[in-house]
Design a protein around this ligand. Structure first.
Ligand code: DGJ
Length: 692
């Protein structure tokens, strides 16, 4: 069956088919676009369209019909995708079906309001056929203000669904949030970044485990103010809406102007959370530039702001011995970036010149040495920010967001630059462009260490900032196609599919405690591909948890993502350097098979954490036991994603063994770790057939 199916002419039934499901809607005789199905596969040709019904004069057809893109007005009381202010002060929109177009795996549904608005609903089956991408374009026929303009709405014909998202804060991002939906829940960002508190997606499920049960997922590709609404309706269904947040938002369109919403990607499976993650990871990976991300060394936890040419060279020599492929100088290399006596920092941001005290000969000698050692060079920047004592702020005090008649908000001693101003956009683009042109830089860590505030009244300010950010990074990538860009916002404040469209990977959290990271990384992996998840090994006791976890466990935990090292290597003895070098070498050797990521179930009462990757060459199991208890109970590991009839060679219980994929997936292996902070890796090599 084609990805897009259309049956009928006057009131067509439309179906979008993924390999695991179908998404079906039709047009009513009053011109409403009415959703009929989101679940397992069905054919549009089989659909029996039930007549619309009003339950009572208080539950009218317009209100209870599951619409694809409901607009404000009339008897529509549910969450609306669109709320418009017309030039005459009117607020009601009456969207009617106006035709469709199919182009390969894409479908566009046109809606029109004769008062002066065209709305195009776009659908595309992407990522190898398991994900549908939706977005909406609004075109004005007269000057209108879009007060609400969501990307998409969905209706799931079940109740009592379980909702999964994350909650948290700085240092504790991506804490799994699970709740049963019984009324309305809003997960949002009002901070101008996709933020540490929640994430712009919803995963809804019915009696699901990792490997069984129905799961519906939708994620918004946007890094600013977002809003996800989940509501159990009174009519045996659950509504899901995603879009830019209508909080403090006004988007003005003049006649002929269009606004395109960020995209939402959605997927369905009846095979549980593992399958939904595979679909979403495949989509995430499809946004990423090819090739593995390099093993990096980052200086932040080792030196903080106290970077010097000599100190960085010393670290670089040791990082190279470990087998790092990239050396990144973090904060502190530019302007007059030095903490005051209280540790506060008020200078540097905005002055993107190399500090002549810390680097008397510029960055050249450090970059040369890093390259001589066989590594690429990377650098930290925070281009959307400015410090009050910088030259930039002295020259341009009106470049920041601020409220008239109020003192500007300071957080971490810094202000946010107003990227809505063309001069500011030009400055940010030019400063990073100059840095990349003047120096041989292969990697940029792009940070943003405070939320936006005091953006004032104006057209499209919150949203405009993020669109400007995307444009700047996209232009930098165009001008410097070999440079990789890492998205960081005070840790994991910018993890979303919008960021992944222009950045190459994410800094996941400033919490680098290897045990906390297992939880953070597990929740992260529900939606986002681990290949974009930066994870560092850092010193103990960890600065945040004060926990001292053995080096092997720290490495194994970080090897689940894209490996980085953030230790003060000058404090490493020979034995530690050697152990670390062995683990980096192992990671680099395993990297080609780290494609599909699985969270494995643990049937033991002991607290094993089991994760697995598989790729064309075989699989790798990562097993962790934070603390042994209950008489050192073993667990059983059942692998996933193997070829059932292929054979795999591995070492287990100190013996070389071989087993079929189906054996390893169905019966599995007994695994027994003992002690505290125990961890182990088992590699499974696919045995290639002897050609003879
Ligand atoms: C916050 C980031 O998350 C850290 O990794 C580090 O880059 C600091 N900012 C530097 O100021």
């Amino acid at each position: 069956m084609n990805a897009v199916e259309v049956v009928g002419e006057d009131l067509p039934v439309f179906a979008l088919h993924t390999r695991s499901g179908s998404y079906v809607f039709t047009v009513t005789d009053t011109g409403l676009v009415r959703q009929l199905h989101w679940g397992g596969r069905i054919s549009a040709a089989d659909v029996m369209v039930e007549p619309l019904w009003a339950l009572s004069t208080n539950d009218l057809i317009e209100d209870i019909t599951a619409q694809e893109y409901p607009a404000h007005g009339g008897f529509r009381y549910n969450e609306q995708c669109l709320m418009v202010r017309w030039p005459d002060g009117g607020r009601e929109s009456v969207l009617r079906y106006h035709g469709y177009a199919v182009d390969g795996d894409s479908l566009t549904i046109s809606l029109r309001d004769d008062k002066g608005l065209d709305v195009d609903l776009h659908y595309e089956v992407v990522a190898g056929g398991e994900v549908i991408k939706r977005w909406t374009t609004i075109t004005a026929g007269c000057t209108v203000v879009l007060e609400t303009v969501a990307s998409a709405q969905f209706h799931i014909p079940f109740t009592d669904l379980e909702l999964r998202n994350v909650s948290g804060h700085w240092g504790a991002e991506q804490q799994e949030l699970v709740q049963t939906v019984s009324s309305k829940t809003v997960l949002e960002s009002r901070r101008g970044i996709s933020n540490h508190h929640h994430n712009p997606y919803a995963v809804l499920s019915l009696d699901a485990t990792e490997t069984t049960g129905r799961v519906w997922a939708a994620a918004l590709a946007f890094s600013g103010n977002t809003k996800v609404v989940v509501e159990q309706t009174q009519y045996a269904s659950t509504l899901l809406q995603l879009g830019i947040n209508d909080f403090d938002s006004e988007i003005v369109l003049d006649p002929g102007e269009s606004f395109t919403t960020p995209a939402v990607v959605c997927a369905y499976t009846d095979q549980g959370f593992d399958a939904i993650s595979q679909h979403l990871h495949a989509y995430g990976r499809s946004l990423m530039r090819p090739g593995p991300r390099p093993v990096l060394y980052n200086s932040w936890e080792a030196t903080n702001f106290e970077v010097t040419a000599a100190g960085q060279i010393e670290l670089a020599r040791r990082a190279a011995r470990l087998g790092a492929e990239l050396f990144v100088v973090d904060d502190g290399w530019f302007g007059r970036r030095n903490p005051d006596a209280t540790g506060g920092i008020h200078d540097g941001l905005g002055d993107w010149w190399v500090d002549p005290v810390k680097f008397p000969e510029g960055l050249g000698p450090l970059i040369d040495e890093v390259q001589r050692l066989g590594m690429d060079f990377g650098i930290w920047v925070e281009p959307e920010m400015v410090n009050p004592e910088s030259d930039l702020f002295a020259a341009n005090p009106d470049w920041i967001y601020r409220e008239p008649g109020r003192a500007p908000d300071e957080a971490r001693g810094q202000y946010v630059l107003n990227l809505n101003l063309p001069d500011v956009r030009r400055f940010v683009l030019d400063s990073v462009d100059t840095l990349l042109t003047d120096n041989d830089i292969a990697y940029v860590k792009w940070d943003a260490n405070r939320p936006m505030s005091q953006v004032g009244a104006g057209r499209d300010v919150w949203h405009g900032h993020i669109r400007a950010l995307y444009d700047i990074v996209a232009e930098l990538r165009r001008r410097h196609p070999d440079v990789l860009f890492e998205a960081c916002a005070s840790g994991g404040g910018r993890i979303d599919l919008g960021a992944l469209s222009v950045f190459d990977d994410f800094w996941t959290s400033d919490n680098t405690d290897a045990l906390d990271r297992l939880e953070i990384q597990r929740a992260y992996s529900l939606v986002y591909p681990p290949q974009a998840m930066r994870a560092w090994v850092t010193d103990v006791p960890n600065f945040l948890s004060q926990r001292s976890i053995p080096l092997q466990f720290r490495f194994h935990s970080a090897m689940l993502g894209t490996l980085g090292i953030g230790c003060d290597l000058t404090k490493f003895g020979e034995a530690e350097l050697e152990q670390a070098a062995g683990l980096v070498a192992q990671y680099r050797q395993l990297r080609p098979r780290m494609v599909e990521f699985h969270r494995l179930e643990n049937p033991s009462p002991n607290d094993y954490r089991l994760f697995q990757y598989c790729g064309p060459e075989g699989a790798v199991l990562y097993a962790f036991l934070p603390s042994s208890r209950l008489g050192h109970k073993p667990t059983t590991v059942r692998l996933r994603g193997l070829e059932p009839h292929a054979r795999y060679r591995f070492t287990h219980d100190w013996q070389q063994r071989e087993a079929s994929g189906e054996y390893l997936m169905n019966r599995g292996l007994r695994l027994w770790l003992q002690g505290d902070y125990a961890s182990s890796i088992i590699t499974f090599d696919k045995v290639t057939e002897d050609p003879e």
